[in-house]
Write a protein that binds this ligand. Structure first.
Ligand SMILES: N[C@@H](CCC(=O)N[C@@H](CS)C(=O)NCC(=O)O)C(=O)O
Length: 204
């Protein structure tokens, strides 16, 4: 299988972390797509992913899968432990819930701030500055909420590392890139982030 990515970007990093956690990195051929030069909007890549985003997983039979959560789910079904998306009905629902919350309100909110309220990639089709700023506020408010969650549990979705932790890590990395950092008083979130950096998958 192939993963199309631009290595320095946060969403491809989510897939790299998932692969490392699952011990699957060696089974993947990585193909670099030059996003800053707009290669992801060229016909050859759009034929694989009409949305023109990376990462993209291409299976040996030609099936193309986008969205980091869907790609992670695929990896989870390839091997058993450790599960990143949960096994029991409750686990799966709680992990899905937290993943969705951090994806919408941290990672995507920061991406929206980047694309709308900063020069973004430099070739943004349209920008709504005020909405971008609002998205930044949303992301920071969510970081405070996560701090309260992490005061009572070690990981974003409970007592184990999951896809929700991966998504939060990518959100914070994106935030770092556009000067949105963990608030000083969010000590539980900071402690979690320090622990995450000790995981071998962090440098994936
Ligand atoms: N929700 C998507 C987000 C993918 C995404 O936005 N990727 C960024 C790179 S971090 C991208 O391709 N941006 C190019 C663009 O928006 O033009 C996922 O989970 O894969």
């Amino acid at each position: 299988m192939k993963v199309y990515e631009y290595k320095a970007f946060p969403n491809p990093w989510r897939v790299r972390i998932a692969l490392a956690e699952k011990g699957l990195t060696e089974r993947v051929e990585f193909v670099q797509v030059d996003v800053p030069q707009g290669e992801h909007k060229q016909p050859a890549f759009l034929a694989k992913n009409p949305a023109g985003t990376v990462p993209l997983l291409e299976l040996d039979n030609g099936t193309c899968i986008t969205e980091c959560t869907a790609i992670t789910e695929y990896f989870d079904h390839l091997t058993g432990e450790p599960t990143l998306t949960g096994k029991t009905a409750t686990e799966r629902a709680v992990i899905h819930m937290r993943q969705r919350q951090v994806e919408a309100n941290v990672l995507d909110a920061i991406a929206n701030y980047f694309h709308h309220a900063t020069p973004g990639l430099g070739f943004e089709a349209y920008q709504i500055q005020a909405w971008g700023e609002k998205q930044k506020e949303q992301a920071i408010a969510t970081l405070y909420r996560l701090d309260r969650v992490l005061a009572t549990q070690p990981y974003i979705a409970g007592d184990r590392f999951t896809v929700a932790d991966i998504t939060t890590l990518a959100g914070l990395a994106f935030g770092d890139f556009c000067q949105i950092t963990i608030p000083e008083t969010a000590i539980h979130l900071q402690a979690w982030h320090d622990r995450m950096q000790q995981r071998p998958s962090f440098s994936a």
